[in-house]
Design a protein around this ligand. Sequence first.
Ligand code: SAM
Length: 192
Amino acid sequence: MTDKIFQPLPKSYLNIDKATKENGFTMPSDILTCSMLRTLAASKPKSKFLELGTGTGLSTCWILDGMDNDSKIISIDHNKSLLQIAENFLGQDKRLDFVCEDGQTWIKANLKQKFDYIFADTWHGKYLLLDEVLEMVNKGGFYIVDDMLPQANWPEGHQEKAIDFVKKLERRNDIVLTKQHWATGIIIAVKQ
Ligand SMILES: C[S@@+](CC[C@H](N)C(=O)[O-])C[C@H]1O[C@@H](n2cnc3c(N)ncnc32)[C@H](O)[C@@H]1O
């Protein structure tokens, strides 16, 4: 077995990938992570999904590809021009709601919302407002993060933040989690 993906890619993936490269955006989720996101998404029919950090929509298109027709996803980013790329390729999908807002503002205004699947791929919901976002995960729901192994673009001091973040997750008694030394470093947690 190798990591190579032989199953069909999401319809918009190659076009979004091309637009992402043309844009020069350097922080998209990698394809292995995206493939895992799709697989996990397929385990949650009729569910509510949340993505914090849309970027150009690369991870969004894989999550959508795993979701069934009765599910909905909200995806948030504060960068209008990145969101525009995602909107161009995915905006016609009725299951999807893009929100252009600061993560902190959106989370604080939506604390009562509950989700079955949260992919936290920005500051808020991961390094900031973690408790608030974990509170939004339904029992049995996924909380997923990537980029937990040292990355070339990490600023100085980020590694310590990442280590603290993992410790915080491991101290909680309302989730079970698995750390994967694979792709960019993944944590999959499930709310109990
Ligand atoms: C790691 S990237 C997300 C990549 C995306 N999941 C993908 O596959 O392309 C993090 C994103 O967080 C967004 N971001 C950074 N600070 C933010 C904030 N305060 N509020 C909302 N979004 C923010 C950035 O614009 C960036 O697109």
